[in-house]
Design a protein around this ligand. Structure first.
Ligand SMILES: [Zn+2]
Length: 663
């Protein structure tokens, strides 16, 4: 490289660093990407000894609706950890995770001195929109002196004091490690009529339930975090600078067009940095885990590359990956805007790609649930299912279709394959539908139904409509709904629109018949080759047309064979499928069946016998619950290697299932 090209390279490097693809400075976009409905300025002080956060905040909230709105509703998630009366504890078995001691490991969050833009004090009260449990203080309603007019905005100031819980789920402290998610008073989402399922405008601000996650509004965050000088900080967004004072070091963060703000602090963090195009990548890890850093960076770069090519460019300027310590394990495997928590387990052999899978999964959530900001509480399939589908595509592409979940002792499984097995091996795969809300879904079923089953039927949809149309569907959905709040019907509407455009009425008027079965229904799908038989076709005996008489003994050598193949529909789900029939002379016939009847028989009279038949030879129907009955040979074909491979697969799967609840 010449000196001149080096200089140009350096220029572009810094240009990318500071101006990115959207012509924006680090952390700032040239123009808003989102409606910027909820905008926060917060000054925060962390007291690590007392495990407290002291905050002063200003919220500017824009009314996104034509309604006149008389109140604001805030999530105070830490109050879920305040005592055993909260809905979070009453409706879960999380209490068993609490340490058996008298130490005050509980959490809380209290807002005070709430004032409007004119400095007038505002009244507030806890409300329980979901279950009326008056002990639950996870939603605070603030009554405005003057309602917010349609599309107007209101400015509110307040203080808050958060007692940080010992890590229970996703957030808290452990020793001098702080992972601060769901930590500040966060305004809910006001849904104008027509948003998702809303018939009239209103707040969507659910209490904190142990099974469900979150739903956030887009905005800009300016957050000053003051921590002891020896603490290393990681946070959503871009660091704008630091200043030292007797109170500690203040880290100033700015991030735009995101639905949340999360941060972490510890004096023991090691910091590693890398770059992907305009994105500053950072890993925060603890001593002893340096060996995983490159694996995180590599998985992140693969994901960013993949989205760049197949969906959209990651718009933000930073991505921070936090490798959580063992003693803070329950903060691991979570997604927040521009910051994800990952984890690595030293006892896993290197062939188990747990670290990579988590990185890809949590990074994918940047697109599905943070940029396309769906409601995780009411429609978890829209984020977890979509994310699992993309996770499978990315992992299989970069780490191999037969090894992207694990490869141990020469036996491996791909991510997509593994997710399918996980769903099919659950106790009762028909227990609930993907469209169920998260509130009432048992934790055991949450993952398998919302994550795995959704990913499997998305793959099946891709098999039916083809990769090109599926790609069209994703791009159309993303472009239409990025920085908005779509619901499930908005996704299926996009599918119907794109499939109609690309395929006319090949799949009927629309694909609602598909969604009724796989999204809203609980039936299983299974097609099988149930029987193959061959009978000889002998030449004609007796008096033939030319008057000759042919005896039976002269016709005992068949010149043709009648092959009969019976395909059976074992399941209740009806899907169109292909059947491939292979004959002993190497010829093949491909049939298409609408899959609606209980069975279908294919018959052929040919000089060669059928050798084998296979339903869905390209495995387009990922929902098919049993691939082992998809094919049949005329003669038995034992496959001992597969049998033993299957046992090892089951063993590794059991091991992984123990850890599956993390993501
Ligand atoms: Zn997830």
């Amino acid at each position: 490289m010449t000196q001149r090209t080096t200089a140009i390279g350096v220029f572009f490097y810094f240009a990318c660093l500071f101006f990115g693809p959207l012509g924006a400075q680090n952390g700032w976009f040239e123009r808003p990407l989102s409606p910027r409905t909820a905008n926060y300025q917060m000054k925060i002080r962390l007291d690590p000894d007392e495990k407290m956060i002291y905050g002063e905040a200003t919220l500017v909230w824009k009314n996104p609706s034509p309604d006149t709105v008389g109140d604001l509703q805030f999530h105070l998630y830490y109050n879920a950890f305040k005592n055993t009366g909260s809905t979070f504890y009453r409706r879960s078995n999380r209490l068993s995770r609490l340490p058996d001691s008298d130490a005050c490991f509980w959490g809380s969050n209290e807002m005070s001195d709430i004032r409007d833009g004119a400095g007038r004090a505002l009244q507030s009260r806890y409300i329980q929109p979901d279950d009326g449990n008056t002990d639950d203080e996870t939603v605070l309603q603030v009554l405005l002196r003057e309602p917010v007019l349609p599309f107007d905005s209101v400015r509110v100031t307040y203080r808050f004091v958060a007692k940080i819980p010992k890590i229970m789920v996703r957030t808290g402290y452990s020793r001098d490690y702080f992972f601060l998610a769901q930590w500040y008073p966060k305004v809910g989402v006001y849904e104008p009529a027509g948003t998702r399922n809303a018939r009239v405008g209103g707040w969507n601000c659910h209490q904190y339930h142990s099974n469900t996650e979150y739903y956030g509004e887009f905005g800009v965050y300016d957050v000053d975090l003051t921590v002891p000088a020896d603490y290393v900080v990681g946070a959503s967004g871009s660091l704008q600078g630091t200043t030292d004072s007797p109170a500690g070091t203040t880290h100033r963060y700015h991030v735009e067009d995101v639905i949340d703000f999360t941060w972490t602090a510890s004096p023991k963090y090691l910091v590693f940095e890398d770059q992907w195009k305009h994105v500053r990548l950072k890993v925060l890890a603890f001593p002893g885990h340096e060996c995983y850093v490159e694996r995180y960076f590599e998985a992140a770069k693969h994901s960013l590359d993949f989205f760049d090519e197949h969906l959209a460019t990651y718009p933000y300027h930073t991505l921070t990956m936090v490798d959580v310590p063992y003693h803070g394990l329950f903060t691991g495997a979570m997604e927040y805007p521009t910051l994800i928590s990952v984890l690595s387990l030293d006892f896993f052999p290197k062939g188990v790609l747990f670290s990579e899978t988590l990185t890809v999964h949590e990074l994918t959530h940047q697109f599905f649930q943070q940029i396309v900001a769906t409601n995780e509480q009411e429609e978890p399939w829209l984020d977890e299912g979509f994310t699992t589908y993309w996770e499978g595509r990315i992992m299989d592409q970069y780490y191999g279709e037969k090894s992207s979940a694990f490869k141990v002792l020469g036996v491996g499984a791909g991510n997509v394959e593994y997710n399918r097995i996980e769903f099919l091996n659950m106790g009762n795969p028909k227990i609930t539908s993907c469209a169920q809300s998260g509130f009432d879904t048992k934790a055991d079923n949450y993952r398998t139904i919302f994550y795995n089953k959704t990913a499997i039927w998305l793959r099946t949809l891709e098999g039916l409509v083809g990769e090109a149309t599926m790609s069209d569907i994703w791009k159309t959905y993303y472009e239409k709904w990025k920085f908005k709040h779509p619901g499930g019907r908005d996704f299926t509407d996009v599918v119907n629109e794109v499939v109609r455009k690309n395929h006319g009425d090949r799949f009927g008027d629309n694909l609602d018949w598909f969604f009724e079965q796989v999204l809203y229904g609980t039936d299983m799908c299974d097609y099988a080759v149930s029987d193959i038989s061959v009978t000889p076709v002998l030449p004609k005996a007796g008096i033939l047309d030319d008057g000759t008489c042919v005896g039976l003994k002269q016709t005992n050598a068949p010149d043709q064979w009648r092959s009969k193949i019976t395909i059976y529909r074992n399941g209740e789900v009806l899907l169109p499928l292909d059947v491939l029939i292979h004959f002993e002379d190497g010829t093949e016939v491909r049939e298409h069946w609408d899959g609606r009847d209980r069975y279908r028989i294919f018959e052929y009279t040919k000089p060669a016998k059928v050798a084998w038949a296979e339903v869905d030879p390209e495995r387009k129907l990922h929902l098919d619950a049993d691939f082992t009955n998809n094919g049949m040979r005329l003669k038995p074909d034992p496959l001992p290697a597969q049998k033993y491979g299957g046992r090892l697969l089951a063993w590794v799967q059991n091991l992984l299932e123990v850890l599956a609840f993390f993501v």
